[in-house]
Design a protein around this ligand. Structure first.
Ligand code: M6R
Length: 370
């Protein structure tokens, strides 16, 4: 039966990577329409009325969901101009955070059953904070605790390595940030229409990236023998770097670090040598000029660099030792485009190394005990 569920794919992880165009489209169009341009958050419940009075937002999650939360933080700051932070739920729950009834806590959890997220939500509830959860599982515990829910529509995710739930959560957070901006009177109809038009292109762009898997694989396998890999990004690409590193380490058991590229000179550059490859996310809007300078500094110390770049970027194609090119999408959606080759890279490297990609050692799909 399990083989039947995988269909044409050898692993759930690869199947779920391929399901992303549909998961993204289903999530977007369960929350919005293009004509007329409108947002529909049917499950926000009492949270909908209170959004206008929110003064700050804290986003919490663990692992891949935390990386989605980090991207959501930037969307909320940019669109709604409300102060926003993201935090690891296991840290948040123990540090007596300052919260009140004008704080919105957004929890991100595909399962809705992660213990640290639930305990962090209990802390937020105690303090009277408004809570919205982003969840992929109908009726999960987080949806029962939160004042409102935003469901992602990725379908059941079986691979321990989360892929389609990450990109679905990012687009759900994008739309929720627009909804908060709307409640705050900071979103014109014209701007909403423009954002939705950009989102409408995304599923096709993602399908196009996945279709290039065979071309990407050669570059991916350059990392199969590495003992360590560094992932670098700035701005919205920083959480993507962390996600790329998490994917690689959990399925291939290669040590990987995701870093904000601006940190390089504060320590990590000491690691650089020919046997320590870097994957630099340097797409068009990801503070590209700054990334060019990071790439040059790494290469000057003998470190090989693979760039995740925007198609047609001749300068980076000649500068990097190898590039993986993704199509141009709007600046806000670059994290979704850039993460797909990193998911494929982790998968291909892990399979090449003979690892059990769907059930990596020591890991459970959902962490329900501390
Ligand atoms: O179900 P959740 O989204 O709350 O799970 C959070 C993490 O346990 C999860 O994202 C984990 O990091 C994945 N194995 C990452 O691929």
């Amino acid at each position: 039966p399990v083989t039947a569920l995988k269909g044409q794919y050898p692993h759930f992880m690869l199947k779920e990577i391929h399901e992303q165009p549909e998961a993204i489209a289903d999530t977007i169009w369960s929350l919005a329409t293009l004509d007329p341009p409108a947002l529909y958050f049917d499950d926000l419940g009492p949270a909908a009325e209170r959004l206008a009075s929110i003064e700050r937002v804290v986003l919490i999650g663990m692992g891949t969901s935390l990386h989605a939360a980090m991207i959501g933080q930037r969307y909320i700051e940019a669109f709604a101009r409300v102060p926003a932070w993201s935090d690891n739920a296991s840290e948040f729950r123990y540090r007596d955070p300052v919260l009140d009834d004008r704080t919105l806590v957004i929890s991100v959890s595909q399962s809705g059953e992660t213990v640290d997220v639930l305990e962090a939500m209990a802390v937020a509830r105690q303090a009277g904070a408004l809570q919205i959860t982003i969840c992929n599982t109908e009726g999960a515990q987080t949806t029962r605790v939160a004042d409102g829910t935003v469901y992602t529509r990725a379908g059941l995710e079986r691979g321990v390595a989360s892929t389609k739930c990450f990109t679905a959560a990012v687009v759900a957070l994008y739309l929720l940030a627009l909804r908060i901006a709307q409640a705050k009177g900071r979103l014109s109809q014209g701007d909403l229409a423009a954002h939705l038009a950009e989102l409408a292109h995304l599923p096709r762009a993602v399908a196009g990236i996945i279709a290039q898997r065979d071309a990407f694989r050669k570059n991916a396998l350059r990392h199969a023998q590495a003992q360590h890999v560094l992932f670098l990004g700035r701005g919205l690409a920083f959480p993507v770097a962390m996600e790329g590193a998490l994917k690689l380490k959990e399925v291939s058991y290669i040590h990987a670090e995701g870093y904000a590229a601006g940190e390089m000179k504060h320590g990590p550059i000491a690691l650089i040598e020919p046997a320590f490859p870097t994957i630099a996310i340097a797409t068009r809007h990801a503070l590209r000029a700054k990334m060019v300078s990071n790439i040059e500094q790494i290469q000057a110390r003998g470190g090989p660099v693979t760039g995740i770049v925007t198609e047609g970027d001749a300068e980076l194609a000649s500068l990097c030792d190898a590039v993986i090119a993704v199509p141009a999408v709007s600046s806000w959606l670059e994290p979704v485009a850039a993460v797909i080759p990193l998911q494929l890279l982790a998968y291909d490297v892990a399979v090449h190394r003979g690892c059990d990609v769907d059930q990596p050692r020591n890991l459970a799909k959902t962490v329900t005990v501390e």
